[in-house]
Design a protein around this ligand. Structure first.
Ligand code: TPP
Ligand code: SF4
Ligand code: MG
Length: 307
């Protein structure tokens, strides 16, 4: 069996047993891949995936992709523009009688947080404004994972990344992409996580029925970038929900509904202490100020949520 083909220097550091299969550069325990599997199963084959540069583009090994429908690669900033082109081409073919309406395809943007929260946000905003009928699926691993987990606009306060290496980690705060999309009044908007497959499935089924711009935002635990053993992906994902750090919610017709309210929230520490990117909050001594700050922010969020 040949050695795995890897693209970036960082990938060479991943132990071979953590790779999904020789020939790909995906890591075992990838929460983004878990969410993508679950979502793609529900979306089905009649889907064109427009994929902005990031970890998931490494699923394609020329000339093959694991997506049974079509797959298009775009730059980080332009996936929603690519989706517009695909949608237009399909509509023109239907109008000219070259594609039967019942054979129409669903257009899905697939990108990481670097594109969705940052480089591609302007293209998303314009696509929502035009009322483009597309589903935007963002797997959010809270950093530029593919190039070595540099800080992105989705990196949480206090996390260490390849570019936030000081004793307090990232000084900025995670952008609220849900609120930014909601302000655009899209057709549908939801947060999901792979470890809550029923909640996820219900939301994807709903997104399939709704026409117009839609966003599915999936928090995606990333063993390589967050610093944990791949066997803990599901545990960490469940803790993200149980601590209240990742609220599961949806937006429809101007109304935001929380789809799972943790009965008794676990302390955020339980989630943070399992990840290398937060190790500096616990050792060589506990950073009580930062830990209390993170907990307070979560408490404040939930105070504003009606049961
Ligand atoms: C304009 C531009 N800058 C930098 C890069 C290099 N690059 C490729 S993938 C990537 C990280 C993308 O991060 P994200 O969207 O969060 O996806 P992830 O890698 O985490 O899956 C970067 C910086 C690029 N492709 N284009
Ligand atoms: S770096 Fe993270 S998001 Fe990228 S393939 Fe590995 S586990 Fe998945
Ligand atoms: Mg990312």
């Amino acid at each position: 069996m040949s050695e795995p083909v890897t693209v970036y220097q960082r990938m060479k550091d991943i132990p071979a047993e953590h790779l999904l299969a020789p020939g790909t550069a995906m890591c075992a325990g990838c929460g983004g891949l878990q969410a993508l599997h679950e979502i793609h199963d529900i979306l089905g084959r009649d889907t064109v995936v427009v994929n902005a540069a990031g970890c998931m583009t490494l699923l394609a090994v020329y000339p093959y992709t694991p997506m049974p429908g079509s797959w298009l690669y775009t730059s980080m900033a332009s996936a929603p523009a690519g989706a517009q082109g695909v949608r237009d081409a399909l509509d023109i073919r239907i109008a000219k009688g070259r594609l039967r309406r019942e054979d129409d395809l669903r257009v899905v943007v697939l990108s990481g947080d670097g594109s969705a929260y940052g480089m591609g946000l302007s293209a998303s905003s314009a696509a929502i404004e035009r009322g483009l009928d597309f589903l935007y699926l963002c797997y959010d691993n809270e950093g530029y994972g593919n190039t070595g987990q540099q800080t992105s606009p989705a990196t949480p306060h206090g996390a260490q990344t390849a570019t936030s290496t000081g004793p307090v980690g990232h000084a900025g705060r995670k952008k609220d992409l849900f609120a930014i999309w909601a302000a655009h009044r899209p057709a549908y908007l939801a947060t999901v996580i792979g470890s809550e497959p029923l909640d996820l499935a219900r939301k994807i089924e709903k997104a399939k029925r709704v026409k117009g711009p839609k966003l599915i935002l999936a928090l995606s635990p990333c063993p390589t970038g967050w610093g944990f053993d791949p066997q803990h992906t599901v545990e960490i994902a469940r803790l993200a929900v149980r601590t209240g750090l990742w609220p599961l919610k949806e937006y429809e017709d101007g109304v935001i509904t929380h789809t799972k309210v943790p009965a008794e929230r676990a302390p955020v520490e339980e989630y943070l202490k399992l990840q290398g990117r937060f190790a500096h909050l616990f050792s060589p001594q506990r950073n009580e100020t930062l830990l209390a700050g993170i907990q307070n922010e979560v408490d404040r969020y939930w105070e504003g949520v009606k049961p």
